[in-house]
Design a protein around this ligand. Structure first.
Ligand SMILES: C[S@@+](CC[C@H](N)C(=O)[O-])C[C@H]1O[C@@H](n2cnc3c(N)ncnc32)[C@H](O)[C@@H]1O
Length: 454
C-alpha cells in the first residue's frame, strides 16, 4: 500500500498535455504523474498526492536521465515556475508535443498534421504580466513570476523568452518605484501587477500598473505621483508609448479590475501580421507570439473558401477575422471585452474591410440571438479561452447548429477534444487537426481543428 511521502523508484513512460510524465506503479499499474520529468527516465520520487484514480510524485533524484535531458538555458529555471519544458532541446519538445497531440486525437481523426515550429524560440513573448511585491523589512521591490504552486515571487531580473527591453524597464521600476507594493497577507499596499504589451513589428510598448485602490481614491490621493513616475519612465524608455493604471482592489485571482485609466501617451500600439495591421489596447487580448501566430492564421485562412460569411467568435481585436477578410463576403465579430471591440472597429477600418459587424457581449448570448434571427454562417471561427466553448457557458450546441463549417482554434487540447467529440456526435466531420508552437519551452500546445457539416 503506497502512502504519502513514500520514496519509490520508477521509470517514466510518456508525457501528457499537462506537462507531467506518467509512470506506473505495482501490479495494479497505478498512474503517477511527475513534474519536470522526461520519457524513459529512472527516477527516485516522493509521493506528494494520492487520490482514488492517480498519484503525484516529486523528483528526489534522477537516477538515469533521458538522453534528451539538457541543462536549462535559464539561470533561474529551478526557482521560476514559468517555462518548464527547458530541460530538453527544442526539437525534442516538438517531437513530444506531436506525440501528445497524436495520442489525444488519434481516435477521432487520422489527419493530424505535424506541429509547425515557432520562428523564434527566444524573445517571443510579447505580452508579459508580472506580480509585484516587496520584501518585509527593507521594502525592496520584487517583480517576477510566482514559484510553482505558491504565491512567493521569484525576482525575474532576466527572462530570455521576452524582448530584452522588458527586462530593462522592469529593472528600472524595481529600482525607482517608491509608492508601495501589495501584501497578500494583509491585503494592503498599492502595486499588485505590471503588464507589458510590446509590438513585434515596431517594438512600441504599452505599460499598465494594476493597483489595489479604488479609482476615486487614486484620483484624489496619488494621481500626481504616478504621473511623475510615468514621465520618468517615458523619458528613460522611448519605446513606451502609453502608460495606464488599472484598479483592482478585489481579493481574487483575477489580475485585472474592470476599469483602466490612461495616465500618459497613446491608447494603442500597432502590430503587423503580413499585410494586415492591428491596433492593440493595453488590456485586450493579442497572440503573445506574433510571428508564430502568422502560421496559425494561415491554416485558418487556407481552410476558408472565397466569398464566405464568417463569424469570428471570441474575436478579440479582430486578429483572425481581419487576417482572413480577403475571403469574406461578411465578417461578424463577437467579443465581450469592450476595449478589444473598440480596437477591432479601428482595425477593420485601417485594413479596408468593407463588410463587417462587431457585436460586444457574451458569446453564448449572442449565439442565441443569431438563432432567433435564423442566421447561418458559412464558417464559424471559434477561438475561446482555455476552458473551451462548452455547452453550458460557451453555447457550442447553439452555434454549431448555425454553422456549415467550424474552424476551432484552441490553446487547450483537452477542451478541444471534449468539444470535438460533441461536434462529431452532432452533425460534423473532422477534416484535420494542425498544431502550431506558439509557446516554445513551455508545455502549451496551440491547435486548429477543421470541421465540416456531414
Ligand atoms: C483566446 S482569445 C482569442 C482572441 C482572438 N481570436 C485573437 O486571436 O486575437 C479569446 C477571446 O475571447 C474573449 N472572451 C472570453 N470569454 C468570452 C465570452 N464569454 N464571450 C465573448 N468573448 C469572450 C476574450 O476577451 C478574448 O479576447
Amino acid at each position: 500500500m503506497i502512502k504519502l511521502n513514500d520514496e519509490i523508484i520508477v521509470t517514466t513512460e510518456k508525457l501528457t498535455s499537462s506537462g507531467e510524465a506518467i509512470a506506473r506503479l505495482g501490479e495494479e499499474k497505478l498512474v503517477v504523474f511527475i513534474k519536470n520529468a522526461l520519457c524513459n527516465e529512472k527516477l527516485k520520487i516522493k509521493i506528494i498526492h494520492i487520490n482514488k484514480r492517480f498519484l503525484k510524485g516529486e523528483i528526489i533524484e534522477i537516477i538515469e536521465p533521458s538522453k534528451y535531458r539538457i541543462k536549462p538555458f535559464c539561470n533561474i529555471y529551478n526557482a521560476c515556475g514559468s517555462c518548464n519544458f527547458q530541460m530538453c532541446g527544442y526539437d525534442y519538445q516538438i517531437e513530444q508535443k506531436n506525440i501528445i497531440l497524436n495520442e489525444l486525437f488519434k481516435d477521432i481523426t487520422n489527419n493530424i498534421k505535424p506541429i509547425i515550429k515557432s520562428p523564434k524560440t527566444a524573445n517571443w513573448r510579447h505580452k508579459v504580466q508580472f506580480p509585484v511585491r516587496e520584501t518585509k523589512v527593507s521594502k525592496r521591490v520584487i517583480i517576477g513570476y510566482f514559484k510553482e504552486n505558491s504565491h512567493d515571487i521569484t525576482d525575474v531580473k532576466f527572462c530570455p523568452l521576452q524582448p530584452k527591453i522588458i527586462n530593462e524597464i522592469t529593472e528600472f521600476i524595481r529600482k525607482n518605484y517608491i509608492y508601495g507594493c501589495y501584501n497578500e497577507k494583509n491585503k494592503k499596499g498599492l502595486l499588485k501587477n505590471i503588464l507589458f504589451r510590446i509590438s513585434n513589428s515596431t517594438n512600441d510598448i504599452l505599460l499598465t500598473f494594476v493597483l489595489n485602490i479604488k479609482e476615486e481614491d487614486f484620483k484624489s490621493k496619488i494621481n500626481n505621483n504616478f504621473t511623475g513616475f510615468s514621465d520618468k519612465l517615458k523619458s528613460e524608455f522611448k519605446n513606451i508609448k502609453g502608460i495606464f493604471v488599472n484598479f483592482n482592489n478585489e481579493n481574487t485571482n483575477k489580475i485585472l479590475g474592470d476599469v483602466t485609466l490612461k495616465i500618459s501617451g497613446e491608447d494603442f500600439i500597432e502590430e503587423s501580421l503580413k499585410d494586415k495591421k492591428y491596433k492593440i489596447g493595453s488590456t485586450s487580448f493579442f497572440q503573445v507570439n506574433p510571428e508564430s501566430a502568422v502560421n496559425l492564421f494561415d491554416i485558418v485562412k487556407e481552410n476558408i473558401k472565397e466569398n464566405s460569411t464568417i463569424l469570428d467568435a471570441y474575436g478579440g481585436v479582430g486578429a483572425i477575422g481581419i487576417y482572413v477578410s480577403d475571403k469574406a463576403k461578411l465578417i461578424t465579430l463577437v467579443e465581450e471585452n469592450k476595449n478589444a471591440t473598440l480596437c477591432a472597429k479601428e482595425n477593420f477600418k485601417i485594413n479596408n474591410v468593407k463588410s463587417y459587424e462587431i457585436l460586444t457581449g457574451d458569446a453564448k448570448e449572442q449565439f442565441l440571438k443569431f438563432k432567433n434571427e435564423n442566421k447561418r454562417f458559412d464558417y464559424v471561427i471559434l477561438d475561446p479561452p482555455r476552458s473551451g466553448c462548452d455547452l453550458k457557458s460557451g453555447g457550442l450546441d447553439i452555434i454549431s447548429s448555425l454553422a456549415r463549417n467550424i474552424i476551432y482554434v484552441s490553446c487547450n487540447p483537452m477542451t478541444l477534444k471534449r468539444d470535438s467529440e460533441y461536434l462529431l456526435e452532432n452533425g460534423f466531420n473532422i477534416k484535420s487537426i494542425s498544431g502550431v508552437d506558439l509557446f516554445p519551452h513551455t508545455f502549451h500546445i496551440e491547435c486548429v481543428a477543421v470541421f465540416e457539416r456531414k
